[in-house]
Design a protein around this ligand. Structure first.
Ligand code: AMP
Ligand code: GLY
Length: 441
């Protein structure tokens, strides 16, 4: 793509309605180039406060493209995986008038098809767990029976973070295979499965902005997937995250760059698939080195909250540079403070939960006593407005994010602020970013 100059005034359409998007919107709004920021009609209460609601339904990309043209939208930022898999990036782009931050459906296949991601990794010698793909239940069950160690069963398609079962026993693995291939609990997304070796080790998320040839590694974050204190209980979309993490040493990042990012981006390039957007490598730090558990092709949620809270610079310009192949011309740096995001959830999450409960204490959380140089940011996730009041509308309700001189203090401040949020059954993990979880390896 020719080098396109970023307009002085950029009207932006942001797709996505959750916590990650509120953090993106908050950061976009700091840009001197931002014109109107359009958000989706069912965006959370925080997004609706910052943005103007797009009157066009967002489920029809062709109509949306026409609307973008009428409103002179020149940048579309795509948060979630759904519109990426539906190729909104291609359908909404109309350079030089309009560019899209987010990869094409072809490039996003790294996320929406775990079997494809494995193929790319294998071809590029990217370290990852050994795996096999199955569509036939009998063959998959025979394979499970032949294995001695634990394994992981993964639906290959998009399952909103629910398609992965880490199995300690053969019985668990059999049940997971049957869920996907016989009971079809994930529908088409689970019509083919990966069975892979179970790895051990701490996890870290490394996100990079990629423009098709250059990339910038963002300061890494550490997610907390389990619902309970001390990493117990079922998996969730993410109960909290912090950045930077002592696990991501400069040495580790060099290895990830050399062994994961460069070969993956090059392998796609050889397939004539430029990757433009966020490449997110979910890694497990095994005794044999970092291995890729999964790729996402978007910002993580809630990792984005602490990452963008620390990002210095203009996000409109960064998105523009990413979308137009000009990342080599921008500079990127991070606040030296630590950021910690604690997610306040609805009772019952990650199972079913009530909605529509009034949320109190938002101002108290923001006004919490803190030292100079410390900040508290409230990123809405599952919230909406009812009768002029902010109410719950999801399992993950708010990402309370604190910035402080060190991780310990950021974690303490985030938990203190989160404790001010009140609605029936509200809970959060007070151990996000606490030393035990943050031990270097
Ligand atoms: P994924 O959606 O592929 O990242 O998987 C969700 C979670 O399952 C990861 O964050 C890990 O905690 C776990 N997991 C995935 N793959 C493996 C594996 N091969 N070995 C052990 N745990 C895994
Ligand atoms: N926090 C994990 C994800 O966004 O997929």
């Amino acid at each position: 793509m020719a080098k396109l100059r970023c307009p002085d005034r950029v009207h932006v359409l942001l797709l996505g309605t959750g916590g990650r998007e509120h953090a993106i919107a908050w950061k976009l709004r700091q840009s001197r180039r931002l014109g109107t920021l359009w958000v989706e009609a069912d965006a959370n209460a925080g997004l609706r406060e910052i943005g103007r609601v797009c009157p066009e339904p967002t489920n029809d990309p062709f109509r949306l493209a026409r609307w973008c043209e009428r409103e002179d939208v020149s940048l579309v930022v795509i948060g979630p995986e759904g519109p990426l898999a539906a190729d909104y990036a291609t359908k909404l782009a109309d350079p030089p008038r309009r560019v899209v931050f987010g990869p094409s459906r072809e490039a996003a296949q790294l996320e929406w098809d775990k079997a494809f991601a494995k193929q790319v990794m294998r071809a590029a010698s990217v370290p990852t767990a050994d795996s096999r793909v199955f569509t036939d239940a009998e063959q998959a069950l025979a394979f499970v029976a032949s294995r001695r160690d634990g394994c992981v069963v993964k639906a290959t398609g998009l399952c909103a973070g629910k398609g992965v079962v880490v199995c300690k026993t053969a019985a668990e693995a059999r049940a997971a295979v049957e869920d996907c291939l016989v009971k079809k609990v994930f529908g088409d997304a689970g019509a083919s499965i990966l069975i892979e070796d179970r790895l051990e080790g701490p996890e870290v998320s490394v996100l990079a902005l990629c423009d098709g040839s250059s990339f910038w590694i963002l300061d890494p974050a550490q997610d907390h997937k389990r619902v309970g204190v001390g990493d117990t209980g079922p998996n969730t979309g993410g109960m909290g995250a912090f950045s930077p993490t002592p696990r991501a040493t400069p040495e580790l990042l060099r290895i990830v760059e050399r062994d994961v990012l460069v070969p993956t981006i090059d392998a796609l390039k050889r397939m004539e698939i430029p990757f433009r957007g966020v490449l997110y490598a979910g890694l497990m730090l095994t005794p044999a080195g970092p291995k890729v558990l999964e790729f996402n092709t978007r910002f993580g949620d809630p990792e984005t909250q602490p990452i963008l809270a620390r990002l210095k610079g203009d996000l409109v310009e960064l998105c523009w540079a990413t979308a137009t192949g000009q990342l080599d011309e921008v500079d990127l740096s991070f606040d030296s403070r630590a950021a910690c995001c604690v997610v306040v959830c609805s009772k019952g999450y990650p199972g079913s939960y009530p909605k529509g409960l009034e949320i109190e204490g938002l101002d108290d959380a923001k006004a919490i006593e803190r030292a100079p140089g410390e900040d508290v940011l409230l990123f809405h996730a599952g919230t909406s407005i009812k009768g002029g009041k902010v109410v719950t509308a999801g399992g993950r309700v708010l990402g309370v994010t604190a910035l402080a001189a060190n991780l310990e203090r950021a974690s303490e401040l985030a938990s203190l602020a989160a404790s001010k949020i009140r609605f029936d059954g509200a809970f959060f993990r007070p151990d996000i970013g606490r030393p035990r979880a943050a031990q270097p390896v």
